[in-house]
Design a protein around this ligand. Structure first.
Ligand code: SAM
Length: 462
């Protein structure tokens, strides 16, 4: 790790007092490695072929564990198939929060600052299938990895958007839960990200704080009355944390919400309202801060009615494709140029409303590309939890073949009479191959392929 900036050290000494030496010592150790299982693909952590030796569970998140050391995740097909997500443990506290906040009825949730998708995939696993998650990332280059991770997680009740927070303004009082995992100075990631050490400065910290308030003020009207806003950062300083929440509570009609827990390792924030801080010398994880507020009354400002649009009746999915869906009756189809996809029928109207204001980059599940009656099955269908596996001819690959497939190279043909083969490794679907009899066409997406040379021992992670 780069040498810590002197003003940061001074701040932390003041903030932590006698605990400061333990904090600085923890920063010199390796960051723990933790993963969170995809319960839609594996029911429990014991059933998954883990990419490394599990040491202990993450206390505040079901089906999440620490690994004894960092494996080369790129070499594990399960990583590419969305069997689990590599996520630092402190931020998995969102699981504990959502367990307390989520009502029994379906909700609409917005994850405003979502890339690369750690918290969106966590939320997706907890939301009911009738709920809808809008997962947004403003930075276009980061929006691509968000979309990839969402597709691999395999839910069809997610819409991925790439918008500035201000673009959400027309969606007044729309969301039951908004998560603002705000862009921040990244102090909590110093162990993992040397660049954040280099870029740290007092002035950047002030800029971050102002931007955080601006983001919150732009999105506040989109929260329903009684709805919850979860604010989080990966920093320690009060300017980006307690001060921002305090400003929010002073500016809008909101009350702070405590989260019940019995984890001694979590430090209460320095405020007269409940908030929670995670330090690496106390928790097995990185720096993290969170606090929750609930909207008290309707927001101010004029309600902007969304224009009602007439949409053509959705075309039915061709019968051949319907077989691939476990519950075809629940969905309606959409066409986007040559791409045919599905969304849950009870989300369709809301998604149409979103389309009037937002740049949607992905919705539901893309099923097939249809060109002059020629059908090409698409990767999201293979990775989707709603795929009817019984309709598929499955190519169960060994490790070498699975990695060759993920590199988008040729894999050996097998004697089977089917046009399309679902390539799978230890029951985790990876993608499609077109069967040409004597050979197979590899349809793994080029932009997702493993770029690493599998024959060398230099193993950079993807
Ligand atoms: N929630 C993500 C996860 O768990 O994987 C991490 C989010 S990261 C802390 C903050 C995100 O906010 C980044 O992806 C960043 O690109 C995005 N961001 C940057 N500037 C923003 C802005 N002005 N408004 C909204 N989001 C912004």
């Amino acid at each position: 790790m780069n040498t810590l900036p002197a003003p940061f050290e001074e701040r932390m000494k003041k903030q932590l007092g006698s605990e400061a030496p333990a904090f600085f010592k923890a920063l010199q150790t390796e960051a723990p490695v933790s993963i969170r299982l995809n319960p839609g693909k594996y029911r429990e952590i014991h059933s998954i072929p883990l990419p490394g030796r599990q040491t202990s569970a993450v206390s505040w998140c079901e089906n999440a564990c620490y690994l004894a050391e960092r494996p080369v995740f790129t070499l594990d097909p399960g990583f590419h198939g969305g069997a689990y997500y590599v996520q630092e443990a402190s931020s998995m506290f969102l699981h504990h929060i959502l367990k307390q906040l989520l009502p029994a009825r379906p909700v609409r949730m917005l994850d405003l600052c979502a890339a690369p998708g750690g918290k969106s995939t966590l939320a997706a696993s907890l939301l009911s299938p009738e709920s809808l998650l809008v997962s947004n990332e403003v930075i276009r280059s980061r929006a691509a990895i968000l979309k990839e991770n969402i597709i691999k997680w395999g839910h069809s009740n997610i819409v991925v958007t790439s918008n500035d927070p201000r673009d959400f303004r027309p969606l007044r009082e729309t969301f039951d839960i908004i998560l603002v995992d705000a862009p921040c100075s990244g102090e909590g990631m110093f162990r993992k990200d040397p660049l954040s050490v280099k870029e740290w400065s007092e002035s950047n910290l002030q800029l971050c704080s102002e931007r955080q308030c601006r983001i919150l003020s732009e999105i506040w009207d989109c929260l329903k009355p009684e709805g919850f806003l979860i604010y989080s950062t990966c920093t320690y300083n009060p300017e980006e944390n307690e001060s921002v929440l305090s400003w929010l509570l002073r500016t809008f009609e909101a009350r702070s919400i405590p989260i019940n827990h019995s984890f001694d390792s979590i430090t209460p924030g320095e405020a007269d309202f409940p908030c929670y801080r995670f330090y690496p010398h106390k928790t097995q994880g990185e720096g993290f801060f969170t606090g929750i507020v609930q909207k008290q009354t309707a927001s101010s400002g004029l309600s902007r009615k969304n224009k009602k649009q007439k949409f053509s009746k959705p075309e039915p999915l061709p019968g051949y494709l319907q077989n691939y869906l476990l519950r075809p009756e629940q969905y309606i189809t959409y066409r986007n140029e040559n791409i045919t996809g599905i969304v849950l029928a009870n989300h369709a109207e809301f998604i149409r409303q979103l389309e009037q204001s937002l740049r949607i980059t992905y919705k539901g599940c893309e099923i097939a590309e249809i060109n002059n009656r020629k059908i090409k099955l698409l990767p999201p269908l293979a990775l989707w939890q709603g795929l009817n596996r019984k309709a598929c001819a499955v190519y169960e690959a060994d490790l070498k073949t699975a990695l060759t497939y993920l590199k988008k190279e040729d894999i050996p043909a097998i004697p089977v009479k089917a046009d399309w083969l679902l390539v799978s490794y230890k029951d985790i679907a990876l993608g499609w191959c077109k069967n040409l009899g004597s050979r197979l066409n590899n349809y793994y997406p080029k932009e997702w392929r493993i770029r690493m040379d599998l024959n060398t021992d230099k193993h950079p992670e993807s």
